[in-house]
Ligand binder design. Structure first.
Ligand code: GAL
Length: 413
């Protein structure tokens, strides 16, 4: 058994040396909609003559994937690129493991095309080390209009009070009100929308981005946890451990009325052939219509040992930023292109709403980085805060105790 695994490991190493110009891409896009999206990148790379080695690590929001990246980099065998984003890019940059892709950025005029808030994140010490793929909006609620109609609910509620009235009606009609997967990152995804809806964008910024202790311990934050406690009562008893896409399937199949999830959920509706406005509804989470939490996916590039590996890496970076890829990928993924110059024509109503709302919130000062999706704070701090939220969701912890624990966790570095 042991020998077999050594032989297997050796053959993997041999295989990777044999095709040094291949690109090996580590990602966590394994759901139906996601797999379709990433397949587009593979197609483009193969058309350019590069071999594609898919390193997919299942698990929403990439927790398992991040463990895999660490293991590979530590063993001196880093993949060509890995799905890493936000402040984590700086963390990897500081380890000295990321590759300079300025050549691709210069050829593609990235500095001129990308909004500065985005290009800054893709650079380490002034040099491009990552390529951005998309912009996901996190503060969405997804709904099944049939379920709502049957329960006598008129449209998606825009306040939390109205939401709970609607949720009661749905429960009475025999359906599940909120489709959810009991995983820490999913709990945190709902939490950030509640912080945004209950406290507003400035409160969100102070508490979940700046980690201001006064905001974290404020009565508003107690109200946030009270709202979370109420949300819990509308989630079914089988939610523990459920993957997010299975929760989306519950809305698609009419088992549940609502799901709070970023617009990768739309990729699942689309992959199932569903049409927005007809088969499903997208709306800003209650109280968040004028704000926008963004989540930008990107691929960080790792230093490669083989001399000709760089060619594949630069071609990958160029492909990711190409208007053709940005269009087709985002049509499948549910997100919007990170390049502002991609034509809107083929995008649906949810995507164009995302584009408009992003521009409007950017002007209004209510465009915020997603806490739950690694855009706002150091990964260690994010982990500690997420633990508190998950503990609250899975126990009888009071809102007051949760707030105290939250403020303590925010000091984690
Ligand atoms: C997010 C990621 C999305 C999607 C989602 C579910 O963090 O940005 O692209 O993959 O997790 O895994």
């Amino acid at each position: 058994m042991k020998l077999k695994s050594i032989v297997l490991a050796t053959s993997v190493v041999l295989a990777s040396n044999a095709f040094a110009a291949d690109v090996e891409v580590l990602h966590y896009w394994t759901s139906g909609g996601e797999a379709k999206s990433v397949a587009e990148l593979k197609k483009i790379m193969q058309a350019k003559g590069f071999g594609w080695k898919d390193f997919a690590v299942a698990g929403g929001a990439g927790e398992n994937a991040m463990t895999a990246v660490k293991a590979r980099v530590m063993s001196g065998n880093a993949p060509t690129a890995a799905q890493i984003k936000g402040p984590s890019i700086q963390e990897w940059g500081a380890e000295g493991t990321l590759a300079n892709i300025d050549e691709a950025a210069k050829d593609g005029k990235w500095d001129a095309i990308l909004p500065k808030v985005v290009s800054d994140v893709m650079k380490y010490k002034g040099h491009y080390v990552a390529a951005p793929v998309n912009v996901h909006r996190v503060n969405w609620v997804w709904a099944n209009p049939e379920v709502l109609k049957k329960a006598g609910v008129d449209g998606v509620p825009t306040t939390w009070d109205a939401f709970f009235v609607a949720a009661d009606k749905i429960q009475k009609s025999g359906a599940i009100a909120i489709a959810h997967g009991g995983q820490p990152w999913q709990d945190a995804t709902i939490f950030e929308s509640v912080v945004l809806g209950v406290g507003g964008a400035q409160f969100y910024d102070k508490s979940l981005v700046k980690l201001d202790q006064a905001s974290l311990t404020s009565p508003t934050m107690v109200k946030v946890f009270d709202t979370m406690a109420k949300i819990k009562t509308y989630i079914d008893k089988d939610a523990a451990g459920r993957e997010w896409n299975l929760a989306t399937a519950m809305v698609i199949n009419g088992k549940a009325g609502f799901q709070f999830m970023g617009d990768w959920a739309k990729g699942e509706f689309t992959a199932a052939g569903k049409v927005p406005g007809k088969d499903f509804l997208c709306a800003a989470a209650p109280g968040t219509e004028k704000s926008y939490t963004f989540n930008i996916d990107s691929f960080a590039m790792f230093n490669q040992k083989a001399a000709d590996a760089k060619k594949g890496q630069l071609a990958l970076a160029t492909s990711i930023m190409s208007p053709e890829f940005q269009e087709v990928f985002n049509l499948n993924k549910g997100s919007i292109p990170v390049r502002p110059d991609v034509p809107r024509g083929k995008f649906d109503a949810c995507a164009t709403k995302s584009m408009d709302d992003m521009a409007a919130s950017s002007k209004a000062g209510s465009l915020e980085p997603s806490f739950a999706h690694g855009m706002a704070v150091h990964s260690a701090t994010q982990g500690a805060i997420t633990d508190v939220i998950a503990k609250f969701m899975n126990s009888n912890m009071s809102s007051k105790d949760a707030v105290a624990a939250l403020a303590k966790a925010a000091k984690t570095k």
